[in-house]
Design a protein around this ligand. Structure first.
Ligand SMILES: Nc1ncnc2c1ncn2[C@@H]1O[C@H](COP(=O)(O)OP(=O)(O)OP(=O)(O)O)[C@@H](O)[C@H]1O
Ligand SMILES: [Mg+2]
Length: 500
């Protein structure tokens, strides 16, 4: 286009349009992009050209698709659905790389075949390409269901100017969009590792646990919590309930290990009067009491085959039958189960129903043992000191080291007990190594770890028995003194370093 033509074009713009272009250029050029800038700009344009809707769409050349950046109607509402705009007209703008103006598109045979034009009774359309490096980057489009005489050449010129301004500011817009996406992503990530107040820990293992809890809590999925004794399975179950939409409904926990079968059954399912001697009246079971809420079945591996079958019905049909009754009762409970046993192993030994296992194993959450997240120990120690003492009590570094080096077969519960005991033993305001009394006998009995860890535990115990004498310790274990020294180096236990 010649300069002369360009000037003629500029001259055809009204004062209002000039004013608006000036405002827009200033805003597009400002240092900071405010949220909603594109939307607001579209609103202005809809107003000036007297359209009903406006669209600012990015064109993906490879996919031959458009993506909405902003779309607005007269009510300044955002439009999410691109298909309500005429894809045919968008395509025409892309192909011609030129501004397009259509009046009375309903009777234009080259356009009216496009569905959205028909459905939305669009009469007038103005479309302008946004060109970047000679390619169509996107399209600005305004349309109206009325036969707008305002959709004039003059307005086309205006839109063209606007599109040039946008092209110039495009890099900024893209940066802004990327930033926004990144922001959203970060916000999302942040949300997922939001800590859970009752669960103490900052290790990666615990952060992953937080993520899983947040994700599953908002669903109704059955959760199977796995982990050694004392790792916090019950704590996790309760957190899931508290973070769920059932939080204001009952949370009921039932320990299923070592309880006589009939007792457990009548607890869970209730009974009818006369179901057995002593059943003098009808009684609701806990599943009914928990209706609308969450049911935590603790130590699920221990339930009898008969109860396993009944539990399967709760999970499958969401109904229970009271003892001595035949009528099923619908219950709406979310099930969380926990075990420290290897359920899969029990299934292969025919001790646990496979179908029940799969029903329970919908969303397994494994809590790692404390020894695999030792970095959480200082935090937990401080937490338990606060929990059990109202005084300002600190812990000596060598006492903390002792706690961090220990193997913790009883996990967090054992640590909690040890701290509680230490606080009783301590009559100053600093916990010392001598206050940390770990009952290793108990630890060995409760042992669930690897052979290597057992080795360490046994070595430490023996060393203590022989007052740290490595020669006697080695002899009693049937190993060389060198072996003992090497192991101790591995354990890095300060406790026995200088006793010989
Ligand atoms: N991450 C943690 N932060 C704070 N307290 C914890 C944490 N993990 C466990 N505890 C505490 O340790 C104790 C044992 O936890 P919990 O009863 O949930 O363990 P469990 O896995 O159910 O054990 P078991 O298999 O023996 O039933 C509880 O007092 C609990 O509050
Ligand atoms: Mg428990």
């Amino acid at each position: 286009m010649s300069v002369k033509e360009e000037i003629k074009k500029i001259k055809s713009l009204s004062k209002d349009q000039f004013e608006l272009l000036y405002q827009i250029s200033k805003r597009l050029n400002s240092l900071h992009y405010e949220e909603g800038l594109i939307e607001e700009t579209l609103d202005l344009i809809i107003n000036v050209v007297d359209a009903e809707r406006g669209l600012f769409a990015k064109y993906n050349e490879a996919k031959k698709e458009f993506e909405i950046i902003a779309a607005r109607n007269l009510m300044k509402e955002s439009i999410q659905d691109l298909t309500s705009f005429s894809s045919g007209i968008l395509q025409k703008v892309v192909e011609s790389k030129k501004p397009c103006l259509y009046h009375d598109v309903q009777s234009d045979p080259t356009i009216s075949q496009f569905d959205s034009v028909q459905i939305h009774k669009i009469k007038s359309v103005l479309g302008v390409p946004i060109i970047k490096n000679g390619e169509v980057w996107g399209v600005i489009l305004v349309d109206s269901q009325l036969n707008r005489k305002e959709f004039t050449e003059e307005n086309l010129v205006f839109l063209d100017f606007f599109s040039n301004l946008v092209s110039l500011a495009l890099d900024k817009i893209i940066d802004y969009q990327n930033l926004e996406k990144e922001n959203l992503l970060l916000r999302n990530q942040l949300q997922n590792i939001q800590p859970i107040r009752e669960i103490i820990g900052e290790s990666n293992a615990i952060k992953k646990l937080f993520q899983l809890i947040h994700k599953v809590a908002v669903t109704d999925a059955t959760v199977l919590i796995l982990g050694e004794s004392g790792t916090g399975k019950e704590l996790v179950a309760r957190s899931i309930h508290n973070l769920s939409h059932r939080k204001d409904k009952p949370y009921i926990a039932q320990f299923c290990g070592s309880i006589p079968d009939t007792l457990l059954e009548s607890e869970l399912f209730g009974y009818r009067k006369g179901a057995f001697t002593g059943a003098t009246s009808d009684k609701k079971g806990l599943f009914e009491v928990a209706n609308g809420g969450t049911f935590f079945l603790d130590e699920i591996a221990d339930i009898s085959p008969a109860l396993q079958a009944k539990l399967l019905r709760v999970l499958q049909n969401k109904e229970i039958i009271r003892l001595g009754d035949t009528k099923p009762i619908k219950v709406d409970v979310r099930i969380i189960a926990a075990t420290n046993k290897d359920l899969k192993q029990l299934v292969s030994e025919n001790k646990f129903r496979e179908d029940l296992f799969y029903r329970l194993n919908v969303f397994p959450i494994e809590i790692p043992p404390l020894r695999e997240r030792r970095e959480d120990i200082p935090l937990l120690v401080k937490h338990f000191i606060k929990k059990y003492s109202s005084k300002e009590i600190t812990i000596a570094p060598d006492a903390m080291k002792k706690l961090q080096n220990f193997y913790w077969p009883g996990n967090v519960r054992q640590l909690e007990n040890v701290i509680q005991r230490a606080l009783i033993l301590c009559d100053s305001n600093i916990l010392l190594p001598e206050h940390i009394v770990i009952d290793e006998e108990e630890s060995l009995l409760d042992f669930r770890g690897t052979l290597e860890d057992f080795e360490k535990l046994l070595l430490l115990k023996r060393l203590k028995e022989y007052n740290g004498n490595r020669t006697q310790t080695a002899k009693s274990l049937g190993v060389s003194v060198r072996w003992v020294q090497m192991k101790l180096k591995e354990i890095n236990s300060s406790e026995f370093d200088s006793n010989e």
